[in-house]
Design a protein. Sequence first.
Length: 207
Amino acid sequence: MLKEYQNSNAIVMAIPAGGVAVADELAKELRLPLDVAVVSKITLPWDTEAGYGAVAFDGTVMLNEDLLSRIGLSKEEIQGGIKKTKQKVARRLEMFRGNRPLPDFKRPILLVDDGLASGFTLRVAIKALRKAGVTNIILAVPTAHSESAQTILKEVEAIYCPNLRSGLSFAVANAYEQWSDLDEQEVLRILQNHKLEHWNGGGNIGE
């Protein structure tokens, strides 16, 4: 589906953690540089899998006001969650990117995640990329909920998704034969291996 971008001037940018494994395969197949757009959801105090917002690599914060109006978190709890998530994003930026400059955002960005459920973290990543000057964002995800895909389509130039699903219940993991969470060390290993082994002669990670 993405063959037109092979050997082009596009950059593959992954959403850690799950998106890195997908993006690594895409970048190798398309012979493109691989980088990361670090975003993290702000999780509920009682459920680390559920989020009420997200923080992007440049400090951009988006809150799910509709959800917050229903769950009764105090302002102090919300601000505490934002602060904790900003610290996590800063730590991951240092771990995954070090002190390398951001890539040339005048080039097309293939933004990759392992799937599109609510789309909240992806929307924060898109907002941050737009603020950084990106004019051409192509979202590439293996699976997506059709309603979320329709919503987020308004915010990007194109979406490539081979597995669109519908219904009240949607989980990214259900679209995979084998799926597991990636920890930070696994993400780091994939990024380092891509840089050392799979991108030679055309650039390095982040270029």
